[in-house]
Design a binder for this molecule. Structure first.
Ligand code: PSU
Ligand code: MN
Length: 313
């Protein structure tokens, strides 16, 4: 096996020298997440936002049978054209079978970030508990992955068509703290509030960094979810979103879509039924999450981990 994990040189240097790094998934920048050319535009803006805040972006994916953390320009171009979705469980088989191009979801990317020593990850919305879970059993692997890896995940809540309350309950069950970024409401993706009330509110990167370091010092194994609402000027109308989601879900159901195909299918239908209105909203929230993630990454490198008692360090 010729190295299952390839860390790009800029990212490897940054991790080694204590320069802040923000991991990025590739599914949202592929056509599974956003239509052409919005996917590339979104990546450019997210990447620029991370750099402007003093951090290094690390785009993740699978290329030629290796997991890549910190894709270079040519590698990123290949990922934008990718159509094979790679969740956490697909990493091993994908790498072993020499998968040419695989775009990683939140669950796979959080796994790779942890493997590469990256503590912060930015995305749009994480996966979660689907409506009608009683029949489908459909719960995104994203939630377990955040619970298992000590990574701060910044998102604007969960995707618009999920069951927000059940997802929130599941995060509690899994031991994942949810910190509201200058909000006391769990955001509902295209809409700023609408989710359950949050008990922890943070207003700067140092508070999040302190929470992660404290949890780690006490032996908590998992990550933290930072919930950052969509910027006010990009927010969509709640009723318009609800109607569009209902239409998009009905279309996916008519087409008999199931399993891992559900999320990309509903996202595509949502773009169609809204005449593309959701696209700029999606880009705006991803960019905003990148800014917040970079601020947290900067705070984390300034706050070294304290040795745990009994660790011999
Ligand atoms: N939310 C979006 N766009 C996306 C996704 C979420 O607005 O492309 C992707 C992310 O990669 C997320 C994945 O991790 O969907 C979740 O898929 P599933 O529900 O199959 O676990
Ligand atoms: Mn699923």
């Amino acid at each position: 096996m010729d190295g299952a994990l390839q860390i790009g040189s800029e990212v490897a240097d940054a991790v080694a020298s204590g320069t802040p790094v923000v991991a990025l998934e590739s599914t949202i920048f592929s056509e599974l997440g956003l239509p052409e050319p919005a996917n590339r535009q979104c990546f450019r803006r997210v990447q620029a936002a991370v750099r402007a805040s003093g951090a290094v972006p690390a785009l993740c994916g699978v290329l030629d049978g290796r997991a890549v953390v910190g894709a270079n320009f040519a590698q990123a171009e290949r990922l934008f054209g990718g159509s094979v979705k790679v969740g956490a469980r697909d990493l091993g088989p994908g790498v072993a079978s020499g998968l040419e191009v695989g775009v990683t979801t939140v669950s796979a990317t959080v796994t790779l970030a942890a493997a590469a020593g990256i503590e912060v990850f930015a995305t749009g919305g994480i996966g979660g508990v689907h409506r009608g879970v009683g029949l489908s059993g459909d719960i995104s692997a994203d939630l377990e992955a955040i619970a298992r890896h000590r990574v701060v995940v910044v998102s604007s809540g969960v995707k618009a068509f999920l069951d927000v309350s059940l997802t929130f309950e599941r995060l509690e069950t899994l031991g994942v703290a949810v910190l509201g970024w200058r909000t006391d409401r769990f955001p509902a993706f295209y809409v700023r509030d609408g989710g359950p009330e949050l008990s922890s509110i943070v207003s700067d990167g140092r508070q999040v960094a302190a929470a992660l370091r404290s949890a780690a010092a006490l032996g908590h194994p998992g990550g933290i979810l930072v919930a950052n609402p969509i910027p006010p000027e990009a927010e969509l109308d709640r009723d318009v979103v609800a109607a569009a989601v209902a239409d998009a879900e009905a279309a996916a159901r008519r087409d008999g879509v199931s399993g891992a195909d559900v999320t990309p299918a509903v996202l595509t239908a949502l773009t169609e039924v809204t005449g593309g209105t959701v696209v700029p909203a999606n880009i705006a929230l991803a960019e905003s999450n990148a800014v917040v993630a970079a601020e947290i990454a900067v705070a984390l490198v300034r706050m070294p981990a304290e040795p745990r008692p009994g660790s011999g360090a």
